[in-house]
Design a protein around this ligand. Structure first.
Ligand code: SAM
Ligand code: DTB
Ligand code: SF4
Length: 329
């Protein structure tokens, strides 16, 4: 457990997941039936031609005390090639945000390899970054690990639009991936974020060795949050050498489509992001994800520490599909 003061639920085995049977039933459907339904739900609640475009920047890289088995930035393993970086200066970050805006991003997301936010000069610097990003007319998102309610309140005052904090997988599979925190720690941070009036961005990763049960649990957890997250990123594992999951195979395209379609049906108003892993996907697979209800991507050449399709290939793909980028609320 953590020293974060938000109360956390400890009785994990009896936590009810009322939407689990629905998630299981959706994931068991014939793929094209499911996609057809999801595409209809998508069109009822969203403009199907619009794709929200977020740009990521790692503002503090590597040396993280958590042991997330997939992550290049954990001090427990991590990639030998990873260059660690202390927290960036405000001006450097704002310069990157300006460039992101010029190349068409509508949201700038800043990620730090922290277990949790600590009060002090570094957090004050992040608050200044948020204010600066907002003053450029961009939406601002941060992902900083666990936050306490008083810290979430300060982020909200700085103008933060979204806080990203992923549940990653289902509760039953969590301890196979991460041992330095538990599922209820994640849920407590989501409560703190929601309590401060910041929009919630929370999703997961496919390809962590999870089965359909853990995927259904993840969907039921996310869809069971009240209100539901405004943003749900679905990441495909990017295997990183030197991590426990460095040799894992990324999920097949149909697994991503299936989970995105089920997420769309269960969370009709949420913006669903086809997130990490697009470099390994062909155009047709990405198109199927958009048809199934994904309406957000990360743009730019890099995610946090791994590559992302560049602007020219994304522009070509979106043009082929008749899609346009722009903010969605
Ligand atoms: N340290 C903070 C945390 O864990 O909340 C923020 C940064 S962390 C890198 C943000 C998210 O990136 C993780 O929750 C995970 O879902 C995703 N992620 C990290 N490494 C990944 C990988 N190799 N493949 C896919 N997604 C990854
Ligand atoms: C999310 O769900 N995916 C992003 C963002 N939220 C912070 C991170 C993806 C990281 C992929 C691996 C890397 O580049 O290090
Ligand atoms: Fe740290 Fe976040 Fe990576 Fe986990 S996912 S090791 S918390 S940076």
């Amino acid at each position: 457990m953590t020293d974060i003061s938000t109360p956390s639920r400890t009785d994990s085995s009896s936590t009810p997941l009322p939407r689990l049977p629905e998630a299981e039933a959706l994931l068991a459907r014939p793929l094209l039936d499911l996609v057809f339904e999801a595409a209809n739900v998508h069109r009822e609640h969203h403009d199907p031609r619009r794709i929200q475009a977020s740009q990521l920047l790692s503002i503090k890289t590597g040396g993280c005390p958590e042991d997330c088995g997939y992550c290049s930035q954990s001090a427990h393993h991590g990639s030998d090639e990873l260059e660690r970086k202390k927290l960036d200066g405000v001006e450097d970050v704002l310069e990157q945000a300006r460039r992101a805006k010029e190349s068409g991003a509508d949201r700038f997301c800043m990620g730090a390899a922290w277990r949790e936010v600590r009060d002090g000069e570094e957090f004050d610097r992040v608050l200044e970054m948020v204010e600066g990003v907002k003053s450029m007319g961009l939406e601002a998102c941060v992902t900083l690990g666990m936050v306490a309610p008083h810290q979430a309140a300060r982020l909200e005052e700085a103008g933060l639009d979204y806080y990203n904090h992923n549940l990653d997988t289902g509760r039953s599979h969590y301890a196979d991936v991460i041992s330095t925190r538990d599922y209820d720690d994640r849920l407590a941070t989501l409560e703190a974020v929601r309590g401060a009036g910041i929009r919630v961005c929370s999703g997961g990763i496919l390809g962590l060795g999870e089965g359909t049960k853990a995927r259904a649990e993840l969907l039921a957890e996310l869809a069971g949050l009240d209100p539901q997250p405004e943003s749900v990123p679905i990441n495909a594992l990017v295997p990183v050498e030197g991590t426990p999951m460095g040799d894992a195979s990324p999920p097949e395209w149909d697994e991503l489509v299936r989970v995105i379609a089920a997420a769309r049906v269960m969370m009709p108003k949420t913006v669903i992001r086809l997130s990490a892993g697009r470099t390994d996907m062909d155009e047709a697979s990405q198109a199927m994800c958009f048809l199934a209800g994904a309406n957000s991507i990360f743009v730019g050449d890099e995610l946090l520490t791994t590559p992302n399709p560049g602007p020219s290939s994304d522009a070509a793909l979106l043009a082929k599909l008749g899609l346009e980028t722009g903010s969605i609320r």
